[in-house]
Design a protein around this ligand. Structure first.
Ligand SMILES: Cc1cc2nc3c(=O)[nH]c(=O)nc-3n(C[C@H](O)[C@H](O)[C@H](O)COP(=O)(O)OP(=O)(O)OC[C@H]3O[C@@H](n4cnc5c(N)ncnc54)[C@H](O)[C@@H]3O)c2cc1C
Length: 390
């Protein structure tokens, strides 16, 4: 890693409070998160204590109402916080985004009693959440999920397997989508399941290409009993709840992608200014200058796109199409920028002595999670041309 600390990004922030917030996040990121990122990603250590610290600093509930312990920040501010965290370490930025996704259902569709009972601990009480939609045989076609919840008096009994769950096995609560009715999207209901529920076990985490510090695991529900008071929304409303969370979550992924890309550009630029060949810093050569210019342009364009979508959301306007566009563009930009960063560093870029190879491996997952980029294109095309008629 280069010793030079990256220059702060020139951000547009709406208030003095949000500028102070970003300064605090940047300080935590540079002091507590970035220095351990390479070593812990290599060893696969999950930094649970960082999430506790973020919760204590009020950073795990930023876009949620103050009434229940949230930070009441606009989405445009929350996303820039995520970007800073992801630039320091994707496991943390994406982890906060997933936690926020897991809180979305209860915050948006829970009753006041449920919100009062659970949200304060979820948003600022040190708890960590996970979001359970995917299954071994149901990924992009999420509405085909088969994990079942069957009514038993005042309880539900959940049985089935969820797959690819970020924080699987380490989370304190799980927002779980399960089938309570007929096939298809209308037969799905959402539940808030405690992490220590009897009958709930996590498999050994997946061995992944990157983000090795973030546990991704299958979860087995073997007759897990959940009171009806933990059902979120109406019976059959689960898929609507899941998709609403994903619209907001996709913006989180977009912001994380720009954080990863920015970190890669910062490394590439510092290296190019330092490394000499043919008697000159390699940053003098037009071939690399143009590459750096293109990288920076993609990052600025991506940031502008996710912020435009966030501002629509903050204004209470529809933003689903723009969220899909931001997720698609920003994650493709991150893949391209991190790949170019490896190129700028030459052979050194291909080694673990510099972070750019890790950033390139991390960028890849962002094109897959919360709807692959093929699925984002389908969403965008449906907004443009309506549903497919074939
Ligand atoms: C590290 C990691 C963390 C994750 N975290 C979570 C989590 O916390 N919670 C959760 O619920 N899920 C999580 N996921 C799952 C993730 O959302 C899915 O992997 C993703 O939705 C794709 O599903 P799939 O892997 O089953 O691929 P598939 O759906 O099998 O897709 C395989 C390929 O086919 C393409 N494809 C599928 N259908 C179409 C179509 N109609 N048109 C064109 N192309 C298509 C896809 O784009 C992809 O390229 C995570 C995944 C990973 C890798």
């Amino acid at each position: 890693m280069t010793d030079r600390a990256p220059q702060p990004v020139d951000r547009q922030l709406p208030t003095e409070e949000s500028r102070d917030l970003l300064a605090l996040v940047r300080e935590i990121a540079q002091r507590e998160i970035r220095p351990k990122a390479a070593e812990e990603e290599d060893s696969g250590r999950f930094p649970r204590e960082v999430f506790t610290l973020l919760s204590e600093a009020g950073l795990l509930g930023l876009p949620y109402p103050g009434e229940f312990g949230g930070g009441e920040q606009p989405y445009e501010v929350y996303l820039q916080v995520l970007e800073e965290l992801a630039a320091a370490r994707l496991t943390v930025g994406l982890g906060v985004s997933v936690h926020s996704l897991a809180c979305h259902g209860l915050a948006g569709y829970g009753t006041k009693e449920q919100q009062g009972a659970h949200l304060p601990a979820m948003l600022g009480g040190g708890l960590l959440g996970a979001y359970c939609l995917s299954e071994p045989a149901s990924g992009s076609d999420a509405a085909s999920l088969t994990t079942k919840a069957v009514r038993d008096g005042d309880d539900w009994i959940i049985t089935g397997t969820k797959a690819w769950i970020t924080h699987g096995g380490v989370a304190d609560f799980y927002t779980v989508l399960a089938r309570t009715g007929a096939q298809g999207p209308k037969g799905i209901t959402a539940f808030l399941v405690p992490g220590d529920a009897e009958g709930l076990t996590a498999a050994v985490p997946e061995k992944k290409m990157g983000m090795k510090g973030s546990p991704t695991a299958q979860l087995h529900f073997d007759g897990v009993r959940v009171p009806d008071a933990r059902r979120i929304g109406e019976e059959g409303q689960g898929f609507t709840i899941a998709l609403a969370a994903l619209d907001a979550g996709r913006l989180g992924i977009a912001a994380c992608a720009i954080g990863v890309a920015q970190a890669a550009l910062d490394e590439a630029l510092a290296y190019a200014l330092d490394r000499k060949q043919f008697g000159h810093p390699i940053a003098d050569f037009q071939g690399l200058r143009f590459m750096l210019a293109d990288m920076a342009t993609k990052i600025e364009a991506g940031r502008a796109l996710y912020l435009a979508a966030a501002r629509l959301r903050d204004a209470g306007k529809p933003f689903s199409r723009q969220a899909a566009m931001a997720k698609l563009f920003c994650t493709d930009a991150a893949m391209s920028v991190t790949t170019d960063a490896v190129q700028v560093l030459g052979g050194y870029g291909y080694t673990a002595d510099f972070p750019v190879e890790r950033l390139m491996r991390e960028a890849k997952v962002l094109q897959i999670v919360e709807g692959t980029n093929q699925i984002q294109r389908m969403v965008i095309a449906r907004h443009l041309a309506g549903p497919e008629t074939r």
